[in-house]
Design a protein around this ligand. Sequence first.
Ligand code: FES
Length: 163
Amino acid sequence: MSMQHASTQAPADVAARTAMVVDEHGALEGPLLPILHGIQEEFGYVPVEALPVIADKLNLSRAEVHGVATFYHDYRKHPAGRHVLKLCQAEACQSMGSDQVAAMVKSALGVGFHETAADGSVTLEPVYCLGLCACAPAAMLDGAVIGRIDADVVDEIVAGVRS
Ligand code: FES
């Protein structure tokens, strides 16, 4: 089990692509969150090298930008794995056993929340309501929702992300 720590982007490339994303959203009121969202779409995560570029262009302190980027768990600090599995941990799913589902998934994949498997196969993230409460416990794998997760479904998910 380990996180991927190496940035795969050249700093100059990050700066240029970050500036482009900031320019796209800079005219919005309260542009920081949309910009961070755009950066994550651009790179798949928010590279640490992007933060000073955003701060300079928005005339904010680097600490402010860093604080916002690290406050929201939605913004990844490292590249995601080939698959992204989000397990719902909100109330309805909690009441239907999402804790046990999370424990099964973590142990089967050898990762915790906000971690990526050492082989780069999957990133595991918690999510707080997918709008699928009637089919709790629920998850989202690469953007597709999965409901009524039990041990069999966990096995299928694990086999799927490893194939
Ligand atoms: S609480 Fe899990 S989908 Fe709504």
